[in-house]
Ligand binder design. Sequence first.
Ligand code: PA5
Length: 465
Amino acid sequence: MISLDYNNMLSTRLGGRGIDPARLEAMAGRFRDAHADTASRRDSGEMGFFALGDGGETVSEIQRFAEGAGQAFSNLVVLGIGGSALGTTALRTALLHPLWNELDDEAREFFPRLHVLDNVDPATFSAFLDHVDLRRTLFNVVSKSGGTAETMSQYLIIRERLQAELGDGYRRHLLFTTDPEKGVLRALAREEEIATLPVPSNVGGRFSVLSAVGLLPAAMAGIDVAALLEGAREMAKRCESDDLRTNPAGMFAALQYLAATEYAAPIHVMMPYSDRLRDVADWFRQLWAESLGKQNTRDGSEVFAGPTPVKSLGATDQHSQVQLYMEGPFDKTITFLAERDFEKDVQIPSAYPHHAELAYLGGHSMGELLRTEMLATEAALAQRGRMNMTIEVPRVDAHAIGGLFMMLQIATVYAGHFYGVDPLDQPGVELGKQLTYGIMGRPGFEEQRAEWESRAAKDDAFVLR
Ligand code: PA5
């Protein structure tokens, strides 16, 4: 079972710094309101992600597609960005062999390699195109809105290449995951008879990992989708409690909210001590930032709210960030992500008994070392009065990852309630999308861009050459 140990968030452990347990106790009532509000938004159909663990017809459709297509392709390439990419990357890192894309077909049991292209850097994209065998590749274009500039430009390039190489057969190398009704991708699928999977209309991008967005790539790569969903379902059930002390998502949200708003700690570091959980922290970074970073509350007052999520990795970042966490400003909370048992461990040989600096390592394992480093960092931070907590999974498997995704998504909507903002929208991102569209799509774009590019148009006093 996923656990949340928050002892080190409390002033009783931190020598007076940290959250006063009485303040946390006082959040119980507010949490009941947050829980009731969330339940009513969920029941009214606004928060479709809650039900994703229940599976249903779409999951059978995904499984059917994956079984049909899976072994026919050596490569599955996801074209998407933000919520349409980060969850799939997290799934890949957590649940596939660490060197999956380098393994040969047999070692991958003929499941495809899984690539996620989530940027429009021409150097990366063209290198990838030079390298990939289009005839052995399925491109999964993932866009809820169906109109995101980065994803659509990738698609246009790929479509042209596929047509040039495969003629009319290009269609069989495309799969669109998009809104069931709206958006240009849906229209194109109809016009060109391209296979599609739906992202439920009430599931937003960053809450969509357990929809076809993440499940199709997972199923095609042989990940146990049923276990993923079961873990999510069990967590959703666990979070039906309106008692703060038994609801892990509620407790996580309440602690982070209190830390940010009453204890001057708005920087929320997530630090897995596990390479496999590394990209869960990256996925969470988007979820927390885009959901809670808002100019206005739901009732329209200006707040400029939002904690700043930071991702970090143990033990690597002990040699990069921990000095700051230990001795810098008291403006952070650190959430450790831990796996209780490593699936594989590596023994460290005993050698150099006469060198005490090395001899102490012998007879231990790498897993032991990593875990000890995490426990030591937790204790050291606590000793210095630094708020930290630990989310632990028994082991990194599909069941645990499904639970973790669901827990952090539910925590995000509770936190939205505490801040008074709508965690489901992203007006700031939409504005950027509209500006790009407006600028690139209108006559005079070249002149406008030339003016921006022109250094002369800017004040030369503020340019170092
Ligand atoms: O969470 C969100 O809504 C965003 O991060 C989107 O996932 C991202 O902008 C990509 O949008 P789309 O899936 O519509 O292409």
